[in-house]
Design a protein around this ligand. Structure first.
Ligand code: SF4
Ligand code: SF4
Ligand code: FES
Length: 371
């Protein structure tokens, strides 16, 4: 048995007061969950401490919350691990910090309103099959292999942890969001659905749709069931691209620009990103479309904001042609990865750690590859 302190963000609307923090001391085995700790505090100290839960086994999706700032399930997070995470940096004495999920209105303590932000968006993507023709007399029969691609998205338990952690949704609350888009892929990828194309048009042409995701990986980290919502969004994008769907954000062209620049230079040359996104090939043949010119002019304020905020840290980085090359034969390695991915039609999420102008630590030079 060990002792832990839970620091809980509380909100009791009936009191008329705003949110406040309260600490509870609990004692239980390190292998028990943060939810067990909360239920002990509720039982022993304050029956009004409100938390939503049911199965206590990571199945029902009820107990989404933020633990030490990370969205996840209270019942799937061991309290010993949460304690270690809270104290990893300063060596001890820190409480486990527990908050309600983000991007959702708080109803009471750790209970959020999932209707307005989660379920509404799930309904937005028509979360049921739309087959054409007469239904079969008995069930639809599909080859098991044709379902493999969508089994990952079928594992979702609708806990909302990905929604809570989504950075794009913080900036744009109208973003359809990771859970709903993962659900959309479940039907787009289903061989029985006859309206996949219409779904793709809908999701790509909505300015808050698939191209509103900034590819930040937060939802992948948050998801307790390995759904990897961002990967499902990338699959939707790939299918929309294959259909040749033009989206209002030029998201598909923007993606192609990233792919092309990295293939050529190894790292992102931001000076080429705008022109390659909106007027590809501008340098070689000066033939931008009217839309491209409009988009580039419209993006100037964003570029200026990037400069002001320090995101584009130096003016030389914006001058085409002076982007630093990768050292030694690293560029050939990048090309080999592209060749391999194209030949085998594999998906890569590649994390490159460190910056070109920062001396890397010995363990920062690795490139982690996740297929
Ligand atoms: S990867 Fe996209 S959907 Fe997932 S949290 Fe980031 S912005 Fe949101
Ligand atoms: S995708 Fe994962 S995190 Fe998001 S609602 Fe489903 S199970 Fe929860
Ligand atoms: S209580 Fe069911 S998922 Fe946590």
């Amino acid at each position: 048995m060990a002792e832990y302190t839970l620091k809980v963000r509380r909100y009791q609307p009936e009191s008329g007061d705003g949110p406040y923090w309260e600490e509870f001391g609990v004692d239980l085995e390190p292998s028990l969950s943060v939810l067990d700790g909360l239920l002990q505090a509720k039982d022993r100290d304050d029956g009004s401490l409100s938390v939503r839960c049911s199965c206590r086994a990571a199945i029902c999706g009820s107990c989404g919350m933020k633990i030490n700032g990370q969205s996840g399930l209270g019942c799937k997070t061991q309290i010993g691990h949460a304690h270690e995470a809270a104290n990893r940096r300063n060596g001890g004495g820190e409480p486990i910090v527990i908050e309600p999920m983000g991007n959702m209105p708080v109803i009471k303590d750790l209970i959020t309103d999932m209707e307005s932000t989660h379920w509404k968006k799930i309904r937005r993507v028509t979360p049921w099959l739309l087959p054409h023709g007469e239904p079969p007399e008995r069930e639809y029969v599909v080859e098991p292999e044709s379902m493999i691609d969508i089994t990952q998205s079928m594992a979702c338990i609708q806990c909302g942890a990905c929604v809570s952690s989504c950075l794009s949704m913080e900036a744009d609350p109208d973003f359809i969001g990771p859970a709903a888009l993962a659900k959309a892929y479940r039907f787009v990828g289903d061989p029985r659905d006859a309206e996949s194309k219409e779904r793709l048009h809908d999701l790509a042409e909505d300015p808050h749709g698939i191209y509103d995701c900034t590819h930040c990986f937060s939802c992948i980290d948050a998801c307790p069931k390995g759904v990897a919502p961002m990967d499902q969004i990338m699959r939707l994008r790939r299918k929309a691209g294959e259909e040749g769907i033009e989206d209002p954000n030029s998201g598909h062209d923007h993606e192609l620009a990233f792919v092309k620049i990295i293939e050529k230079k190894g790292t992102l040359d931001e000076s080429l990103l705008l022109q390659e996104s909106f007027a590809p090939g501008l340098k070689g043949k000066l033939k931008p479309t009217k839309r491209a010119i409009k988009e580039m002019l419209g993006s100037l304020p964003t570029a200026i904001r990037g400069l002001r905020s320090g995101k584009m840290r130096s003016l030389p980085k914006l001058i085409p042609g002076i982007h630093p090359k990768l050292p030694d034969g690293a560029q050939d390695d990048v090309k080999a990865i592209y060749k391999h991915a194209e030949e085998h039609r594999e998906e890569f999420n590649i994390y490159i750690q460190g910056e070109e102008d920062v001396e890397p630590e010995p363990d920062e030079t690795e490139t982690e590859e996740k297929v």
